[in-house]
Write a protein that binds this ligand. Structure first.
Ligand SMILES: Nc1ncnc2c1ncn2[C@@H]1O[C@H](COP(=O)(O)OP(=O)(O)OP(=O)(O)O)[C@@H](O)[C@H]1O
Ligand SMILES: [Mg+2]
Length: 263
């Protein structure tokens, strides 16, 4: 029976799809059978991030409406064995896939995977509830910016209405140099503010954007990748080893780095 983890945020554009693809990749590379489900119906882009968009023939709607078998709609990553995606189609509107159908779909998939990661749409409307309803755990992605923190707080409060085994936050786009200078909240401050445990911290890393555009998010090496691997380790082991983005900006060499970054 798989662990079903919904990756959500409230605010759009904070890194849900990036986290779903990258944490899923790290879980699969650790030997787990992992399925990524794109619940951002109508605006899906998970398939693009992991470079399988050209391989899609059937999608979630085809399975729900009986036009294909489940296995026919699962697309396997070329780069990571054990990593699969269930795509949702652009043409589909949010109203078309109901909560009950979505939950039934997840139930049918549960025996085949160790982890199912659901990429939630932005907002707290119907699409949000449809994505959260079948989950057993939630990860709320936030950036250190006020608007994102406010929405994460709202989402965390809505999630208390669901029976979830665990709810954790991932803090994305942290800049260690700004935290050291007092220009950005630290991960500990954010965790206390949101009254929620942090399962991972991801640095700002231009390579995420570049490799996403190339569809190579799961086949390239870049600084933030180590954070995703440690989040996957924490999910598997229940431990809390959190990347500290300020380490490289401490001491004389660290200060020098900050000065050079400003120049
Ligand atoms: N740590 C990071 N460093 C740099 N860029 C990042 C980082 N995380 C995400 N991004 C970039 O931010 C943009 C939004 O990310 P993403 O699509 O994952 O967000 P989202 O929450 O899924 O958005 P939406 O709500 O629209 O579904 C993308 O261009 C992505 O490459
Ligand atoms: Mg997204």
């Amino acid at each position: 029976m798989s662990r079903v983890i919904v990756v959500t945020s409230g605010k759009g554009g904070v890194g849900k799809s990036t986290c779903t693809a990258s944490i899923g990749t790290a879980l699969a590379e650790a030997g787990n059978r992992v399925l990524l489900i794109d619940a951002d119906v109508g605006l899906n882009n998970l398939d693009v991030l992991i470079g399988v968009n050209d391989k899609i023939i059937y999608d979630m709607a085809d399975v729900i409406e009986g036009r294909c078998r489940i296995k026919q709609a699962l697309v396997c990553s070329d780069d990571v064995p054990n990593l699969f995606i269930m795509p949702s189609q652009h043409a589909y509107t949010s109203e078309d896939i109901g909560m009950k159908n979505f939950r039934t779909l997840i139930d049918r998939l549960r025996d085949g995977f160790d982890f199912i990661l659901i990429d939630c749409p932005a907002g707290i409307e119907r699409g949000f509830h449809r994505a959260v309803a079948p989950a057993t755990e939630a990860i709320v992605v936030t950036t250190p910016h006020i608007s994102s923190l406010r929405d994460a707080d709202k989402v965390l409060s809505i999630l208390t209405n669901y029976k979830l085994d665990s709810v954790n936050i991932v803090i994305n786009r942290i800049r260690g140099d700004m935290v050291v200078n007092g220009g950005m909240m630290s991960a500990d401050d954010i965790s206390s503010l949101l009254r929620c445990r942090t399962i991972g911290v991801i640095p700002e890393d231009d390579n995420i954007h570049i490799y996403s555009e190339l569809g190579r998010l799961n086949s390239s090496d870049y600084k933030a990748r180590r954070s995703f691997i440690s989040i996957a380790d924490n999910i598997i082991s229940g431990k809390r080893r959190i990347y500290d983005p300020t380490v490289e900006y401490r001491g004389v060499m660290g200060k020098l780095k900050i000065i050079l970054r400003r120049a």
